[in-house]
Design a protein around this ligand. Structure first.
Ligand code: RB5
Length: 144
């Protein structure tokens, strides 16, 4: 698996935030796999959630970040894949706990619901928090 490689994807509502996330990840020294979309023309968020699921399944990336307007549709779509634990996060506490307790492998942001400062805090918490394991592992195993 490509440790430290982060895949990013969004629909048309999220591509600007995705591009900001891409810049931030590069500044932090992460290799980024950008799965699109890349402009304002209307696309369907399930296609980008599926592309993320494939990138993690085939080992091109170890974790991912998804963006749509609310983060809701793309997280529902991503979580249809059994190996994906996608957490839609509204603040850094969500993102920290999603890693600590849920071993989330995909962070989901809403471009229309979170400002950039909040989104940035979510990304940093997601990247910098390790899974706690222990009793949480048992619960993860029941979903795998
Ligand atoms: C696209 O207009 C919008 O529906 C989508 O980005 C997302 O918010 C869906 O959950």
């Amino acid at each position: 698996m490509a440790q430290n490689v982060i895949a990013i994807a969004s629909d048309h509502a999220g591509f600007e935030v995705k591009d900001e996330v891409s810049k931030l990840l590069a500044e932090l020294g992460h290799e980024v796999v950008d799965l699109g979309s890349n402009g304002p023309e209307s696309v369907d968020y399930p296609d980008f959630a599926d592309a993320m699921a494939m990138a993690i399944l085939d080992g091109r990336a170890s974790r991912g970040i998804l963006v749509c307007g609310t983060g809701i549709g793309i997280s529902i779509a991503a979580n249809r894949h059994r190996h994906i634990r996608a957490a839609r996060c509204c603040d850094a506490t969500d993102a920290r706990l999603a890693r600590l307790h849920n071993d989330a492998n995909v962070l989901v942001l809403g471009s229309r619901t979170s400002g950039w400062e909040t989104a940035r805090d979510c990304v940093l918490a997601f990247l910098n928090t390790e899974f706690e394991g222990g009793r949480h592992q048992r619960r993860i195993d029941k979903m795998s």
